[in-house]
Each structure stands twice: as C-alpha cells, then as structure tokens.
Design a protein around this ligand. Sequence first.
Ligand SMILES: O=C(O)C1=C[C@@H](OP(=O)(O)O)[C@@H](O)[C@H](O)C1
Ligand SMILES: C=C(OP(=O)(O)O)C(=O)O
Length: 403
Amino acid sequence: MIEITPVKTLDGKIRAPPSKSYTHRALFLGLLSEGKTKIENPLICTDTLATLNAVRAFGARADWNFVESSGEVEPAKINAFESGTTARLAIGIGALADGRSVIDGKESLRKRPMEPLLRALNDLGVKTQSNGFLPVRVFGGEIREDYVRVDGSISSQFITALLILGAKVGLSIEVLNPVSKPYLEITLRTLKWANVKVERDDGIFHVHQGVKADHFSIPGDYSSASFFLVAGAIFGKVRVEGLDKEDVQADKLILDLLREFGAEIRTGKDYVEVERDELVGQEVDCRDFPDLFPILAVLGAYSEGKTVLRAKHLRYKESDRIRTMALNLAKMGAKVKELDDGLIISKSELRGTVLNPQNDHRIAMALTIAALGAKGKSLILNERCVEKSYPNFFKDLRGLIDQ
Ligand SMILES: O=C(O)C1=C[C@@H](OP(=O)(O)O)[C@@H](O)[C@H](O)C1
Ligand SMILES: C=C(OP(=O)(O)O)C(=O)O
C-alpha cells in the first residue's frame, strides 16, 4: 500500500508515457507483416508485455523495439494477464493459425465478455470453444466468409480484432451499436501506417488483404496524461509534454471536457497545460471515452454543483468501474449516487481514508488524485496495479509534488 499526503497546490510538468493502445496494435501488426517492423518509443507495461509475449508465442522474433515475422501465424497458448486488448486481438489472430490456439488470462480478465467476437468468428466459419469468457480455444486455419456483422455495444476491441484479422484475409465488417468509437480511429490509423487499405461505407469497413508494417512511432498517451491534467485543473497548474494535438485518441477529449468544466487549457507544439479556475459540474456521456470515467468522477467531486457521468459498459473493465468509484468516493465522504449506467457526484469535502481500487489501475490513479485534496492522509491498497498501464505513475507524481 502507499500513503498519500494532501497537497496545497501543484505547479510542474511531466512527460506523458507512450500510448498503450498504439503499442498493442504495432506489435500485432508487426506479427502479421513479413519482415522486420521497427517500433519506436513503445509503452513498456504489464499489458503490453502480455502482447509482446503473445506475438512471440504466435511465432515472431520480437522485442520492445522490433518484430521480425514470416507474416504467418502458428497456433499458440496465450496468457493475456489482465489485458482485454491483448485477449481480444489474440483471439482474432488465432483464426489465422492452422490448428488450435488457447487464449487465457487471469483474475479480472476471466470475467470480461468475449462472446460478440466469438459469434463473429463462428459466422466467418472459424470454430471456437468457450463459455463466452476466457479461456477461449480457437481452431484456426480456415476462414470461409468475407463479410461479418459484429455487436460493438460492449467493447470496440471486438471490432479492432476483426479489422486486424481483415488485414491478412480481406474482410467486410458491419458494426452494430459501437461504443468507444475513437479507438477504431486508432486502429484505422495504425492499419494505414501498415499500408492496409480500408474503405468505409457508413457502418461497414471493407479491409483489403495486404499488410506491410515497416515502422511505428508511438505517440504520448492521453489516458495516462489525463490524471495529471485533471490534477492541474484542481490543484494549480500542470504541463504534460509529449502529447500530439493531432492525435485521434479517445482520451484527447479530456481537453474539451476540462474546458467545459471551466479549467484553463493552453497547448503548444507537443504539450498541454492545464491551470485551475472555477470548476462547474457537467453531464457527460462517457461511452466513447470510458477510461476517463474514473478521473472525471474525481473532477466532479471538486466541481460546483452536480456532475453526471454515464457509460454502461464501464461495468466490464478490470473492475466494475461504476461501483468501485462510487464506493471509494463515498468512503471519502463524497455525495455520490450510483446509477444503472453511471453515477452522480456533487462537490464534496473529501476526507483521507483507506481506499481499495479493486486492483484496477485507472481507479488507483484516480483515487490518488482525489486523495491529494482530502482532509488527512489516505492509504491506497495494492497500488502496484498501476503497472498495468503506467508503471511510473507514482514516480511522476512525486516528481510533480517536489517541483
Ligand atoms: O482498443 C483499445 O486500445 C482500448 C479500447 C477501450 O476498450 P473498450 O472498447 O472495451 O471500451 C479502452 O477502454 C481500453 O483501455 C483500450
Ligand atoms: C480497460 C483497459 O484496457 P484493456 O481493455 O486492454 O484491459 C484500460 O486500460 O483501462
């Protein structure tokens, strides 16, 4: 556990870690591309280690900065740890391997749904075995159809998995009720960098066969940066360097959201700076940026009036993020009400206490920021869960406080 001592103000800068979403995609597209693919500035964390291990298990020679592959995929046993992105993308890639692949994970990942992707693979003629959750067995090697419909109402990762599969075999993918839509833009952008041709026709993606990935340069991660950007809005001024203003990441929307809450935002060539101003609560549909939900709930606790946050699929992440945030913020004394699809939180005087993020990295990071303004010290249990996406989070926080 780690003790968090409240701060009076923050005024400093950090450098954003690389993007987890881009790193996953670069590694898997390197696997599917014949030859050597270079990866510059990859994120090294538990989730991307699961993907690096998977790429090796599927037959490539790979390390953090390169993947060398025949372009073919061998049957493999995959342990995705707790990485939903790794598991879903690996299940799709298992359809290419001539034989049986087994994709499994641990703890929270075994509770996260896989069924919409399995149904899509079955419709393509790929045999799978599972109860709709991990472990999943995929009997690959024969894809008999080139058109598939997929339900995107629980996760965009099912669609990303099919888009990446389509780069090898050619697929038309009809998407129903998509959530987290900007993550599809990240997928399309990395497919473009891998010279994959994709045509869009309303809700249908036509992915042409053929992938040649030579080089990826991973941009800064807005999801990880969001914790410190919100800290700037609440406690003073924070500059985050290494962020690309032109990026398509879902959580780049934190900038517009912070403006709507009332914070001062300044941007430069590769940085974003947030400064405290009068914060007023907002009603936000978080369906397209689910990873911002935990830190937006904290922002709501420091904003005048009420903040309403909604996104039903938040219950299917590393924890039930609606319940976990509501319970912990209530324990801090926040005025918070859990809804079926989100929560309502009002400006509250928070008090330090023992906080349990339920092993969910984004909850641990959000509660840490909440604790910085509480009355009295807090303890965060199992804080090492942040290593899933942001191993240097507490180091960066200490650096910011010491500036
Ligand atoms: O495609 C990706 O890289 C991700 C998609 C999102 O998941 P959902 O599409 O399941 O919401 C997001 O929560 C996750 O952190 C990463
Ligand atoms: C949910 C997340 O990632 P994944 O779905 O890959 O586990 C996350 O990073 O918050």
